[in-house]
Design a protein around this ligand. Sequence first.
Ligand code: SRM
Ligand code: SF4
Length: 584
Amino acid sequence: MISDSQSAPQLHKNEGIKERSQYLRGTILEGLADVSTGSISADDQQLTKFHGIYQQDDRDVRAKRRKHKLDKAYAFLARICLPGGVCTPEQWLVVDELADFCAFNTIKLTTRQAFQLHGILKGNLKEVVKSCNDVAMTTLAACGDVNRNVMCNPNPFISEVHAEVQRVTAEIDAYLKPQTPAFSQMWLDGEPIQLTVEQAAERSKGCGGDAVEPLYGSTYLPRKFKIAVAVPPFNDVDVFAHCLGFIAIIEEGKLAGFNVTVGGGMGMTHGNEKTFPRLADVIAFCTPDQAVAVAEKIVAIQRDHGNREDRANARFKYTVERLGKDRVRVELEKRLGYALEDPREYKFTSTADRYGWVEGINGKWNLGLFIEGGRIVDDEAKTFKTGMRAIAKVHTGDFRLTANQNLIIADVAPEDKGVIDALVAEHKLDAYKTASGMRRSQIACVALPTCGLALAESERYLPNLVSDLEVILEEAGLQQDEIVIRSTGCPNGCGRPYLGEIGLVGKVPGKYNLYLGAGFDGERLNKRYRTSVTHEEIIDELKPILLSYAKEREEGERFGDFTIRKGYVNATMAGNQFHADCAG
Ligand code: SRM
Ligand code: SF4
């Protein structure tokens, strides 16, 4: 095992909460049974995350309630895993129905190919978890200090490789699930989802966990862990933003294996330069058969070497930064018991989704829809929720959630395309045909009113900003240009804003840090260009740059590359350069 320089640790309090929790039980059941309050205890709030559940409150009414000396309007968020974003119509219909019992009546498609339901009352949580389980979905490990929903390129039908990659993704996801019996005992009336005794004993051999949690042990990981699998030329999962990544290497039309990437992550804290977004390093190549073992050993390295004292410095990216990528590879090979090959050639072109109809290799069709902010909702302008329900009732293929918060209606027989097209048009789900290139290339995190960490608006702000920028885009003749714009309500980076050619990160209500210069292929971070700017200032800053981009760009030059060539910002090629040379 590698030795590193951690001395006499003062463990973070969450380590004690996990250790005492009896494998994530805590006093959650008692808390749920307490009808005198809509909330649960602070310690249990840390534990329910592992079960995919966050306590929140409606921040739109917080001040008013405080004035009237009322408790916060507590409700819960449930995140539902979909490995690789795959969802059957049956599963969609269950989520649709559950959303009707939530305060916000919406389904949120997340940046990690999962569903979120907001505004669930405490008394309804069990029904939500159980209903998901009934149709083979789970909230387990959607959040918490464990491996999360494993992502992959969402277009499995465009080649045989894509289907195989989806299979590997599902295998990694299943293998890394926590095994605690507490989940099934608490939410599913004891229906077993854990390993058999023999499987647990086999898995815990030499793995460093224990008989209940063969991989994780009783204190799980120091922090959340994220994995994505990408299929070049599409980097639509932002593989370099992940703790661990697999880049499919396709040779002679077949999946030869994967380049392994380690140490990516987005989150940081304003004003704390010890925290920074970091793009992953490519360290080795593994065969498809080795991928699960590689994932297991990398997770175990983070379990053993991650920082358990300071949660702001506990993500695997900081472990990789501290140990160095070469030592991580040495340790990985030692734990695997065999050497890996060196990385192979690959080329990414874009982090964007593909919209409209795409024919699959099986003669069926896949329709990529643009879902602004990933929000499936009925309102005055559209009936997305009703429309998707109607589609799920007639659709015989499945759905694929994308990492850009969009949706693919997948595996449609040629003779069914007309019916799907008609429903899509009827419910205004056809914005992919008319939206500007920038609008189609946006990501906005949830932020207000549900996110307890939001410093500014994001999902409710970005569409308005894009509308104002569209006036400039039209003047410049850039309506169809895909310019990647991403916003978040705080620096945690849930919308991967540091990979936006234009990035906005909330500072205080109504003010954002403005970032420029990320690579369109997801291989270069952006850099801060202006600090704490208002809506009007953002427009004033971006207008001359967009106009000169239209006039002075080179053939095929992307907006992010242009802002660097013209000296608006310096290129950020490593996480520890992120804070350096800020303009403005
Ligand atoms: Fe996130 C915390 C929403 C993807 C980095 N994230 C949160 C919480 C749970 C707030 C909280 O802790 O109380 C947010 C819930 C808001 C709400 O009301 O829904 C939240 N994160 C989201 C989602 C829903 C954003 C979206 O609009 O789609 C995404 C759910 C993904 C999923 O299905 O699992 C989401 N979060 C991400 C990503 C993007 C990714 O993984 O590709 C990141 C950056 C990548 C990374 O992890 O480095 C991300 N979320 C964070 C962080 C910062 C972690 C860090 O390293 O510092 C936090 C805060 C924390 O963990 O302390 C956070
Ligand atoms: Fe909340 Fe910040 Fe994540 Fe946005 S980036 S959802 S504001 S934690």
